[in-house]
Design a protein around this ligand. Structure first.
Ligand code: DLL
Length: 432
């Protein structure tokens, strides 16, 4: 069911007319309010009135993460602080965080976008929704909280962590929908099994999972272990948090809330547009935000866009699930390796759990990829010979399909640290 039929099911031509009008408004707004964009637009000699069709978006400047860092904390903010009613941040791995300021109107739009996500995942007013994304500066907790409140659900704001208590409350309250990262969903499922309270026996029926890349294999595992439908949700702090894109009941790709976000894919090297149906880096423009709308923000997320009729009736373009970021790509002795490729190869191996850590090291002049993965109890019960056999089998499988030699270490069950939020899958120990 669409939350907002008027926009979600709008005929494409009408939607595109709406987008062009909003894009022009945003460009004028930024030209007037944000010196950074004023300068950039002047340098390129482009004004809002030069935008005659959506393709003209290619005339606009890109924005990259470093632009946000250089203008930290509020250099890109288009409104005075007394109009900012909330600030979220993403931690980032190094240095200063990325700030996400919101006006009251921005919060309202964000709430609407998340209500659409939940509605598409079949969440209704009657549902009891446990929100196990972190609350606080991270956009996950409060973002889902507001959306579930808008739908009228009973909200259980557990935040992340204290996993035993998550399981207990889920059972005691009869929770029917869970919002968290896919890796944390697995952590919760595992804890429930340990506590002899399997989630399959609880009323839980749907998970709204996102904030990190996950493979089809991981979805199958979550659905099977928890006895639920797992639905994807995408977003990023820079553009307002979760709710930019979501899965409907078809479960094969995420609709983008196109009345709020204009999406393109570009070649990450040449920055030339990539046509629908081909993989590229996703670039997003916020066309209705007030406090910090960004033009052509390079997400680094790699996906394919498809505009096809969908059985759910939504006309919004779909993006394929994101299995990696261009900056997650490891280059192992010249071979490009995405962690998600390794994850899907590992999922072919019966003797392991899908809990792994990739460690990249320098050995003399060569890069070495070293994979730690959890073996099942039966493998360790069978003795060291069996452990070595499984390690060889996995290394052979990866060599055969990707052409790279890897070091393998099978670790005993529960040997790897469990995720409570975004899983850490890669440790790069090469000197920078
Ligand atoms: O992760 C916002 C969010 C919260 C999304 C809750 C969904 C649910 P950031 O911390 O700024 O924001 O991280 C954004 O996470 O550029 C992607 O690389 C990745 N990401 C987010 N959602 C997905 C997803 C939140 N569904 C970065 N699939 C993005 C794959 C995702 N990657």
């Amino acid at each position: 069911m669409a939350w907002n039929d008027r926009f979600e099911c709008m005929p494409v031509e009408e939607l595109q007319r709406f987008q062009l009008a909003k894009l022009k408004e945003t460009v004028s707004w930024l030209y007037e309010k944000v010196p950074f964009y004023h300068r950039k637009l002047d340098e390129l000699g482009v004004k809002a009135d030069d935008l005659k069709s959506l393709e003209d978006i290619a005339k606009l400047p890109f924005t990259v993460k470093n632009d946000l860092r250089d203008n930290y904390p509020f250099g890109l903010c288009a409104v005075p602080m007394n109009e900012v009613v909330r600030i979220h941040c993403s931690s980032g791995t190094t240095g200063k965080p990325i700030t996400g300021p919101y006006t009251a109107e921005d919060l309202e739009q964000w709430t609407e976008c998340v209500a659409r996500v939940l509605s598409a995942a079949s969440v209704r007013k009657e549902d009891i929704v446990q929100i196990s994304y972190g609350y606080g500066l991270f956009t996950g907790g409060l973002g889902l909280h507001q959306g579930a409140g808008r739908v009228g659900c009973t909200v259980v704001p557990t935040s992340s962590g204290m996993t035993e208590r998550q399981v207990m409350l889920m059972k005691d309250f009869g929770v029917t929908a869970l919002c968290c990262t896919p890796s944390y969903a697995l952590t919760i499922a595992e804890m429930a099994e340990e506590m002899k309270m399997p989630i399959r026996d609880m009323p839980l029926r749907v998970g709204i999972l996102g904030a990190e890349p996950w493979t089809a294999a991981m979805r199958d595992e979550i659905e099977q272990k928890m006895g639920i439908k797992a639905r994807d949700i995408y977003g990023l702090t820079e553009l307002g948090g979760p709710g930019m894109a979501f899965e409907c009941d078809e479960g094969n790709g995420l609709h983008i809330n196109e009345d709020h976000f204009l999406v393109e894919t570009v070649d990450p090297v040449t920055l030339e547009p990539v046509p629908l149906g081909q993989r590229g880096e996703m670039v997003l423009t916020a066309i209705q935000r007030r406090a910090m709308p960004l033009l052509r923000y390079r997400t680094k997320d790699i996906t394919t866009l498809r505009r096809e009729p969908c059985s759910c009736g939504r006309s919004f373009v779909k993006m394929d699930r994101i299995t990696g970021r261009s900056d997650d790509m490891l280059i192992i002795n010249g071979v490009n390796v995405f962690p998600s490729q390794i994850e899907s190869l590992l999922s072919d191996i019966e003797e392991i759990e899908l809990q792994y850590l990739l460690v990249v090291r320098k050995k003399k002049h060569l890069d070495e990829l070293y994979i730690r993965v959890e073996g099942k109890k039966e493998v360790f019960d069978a003795g060291p010979g069996k452990v070595t056999e499984v390690e060889r089998k996995i290394a052979g499988h990866i060599k055969g399909l990707m052409g790279i030699g890897v070091g393998m270490e099978l670790v005993p069950p529960k040997g790897l640290k469990r995720s409570e939020g975004k899983a850490v899958r890669v440790v790069d120990e090469r000197p920078k």
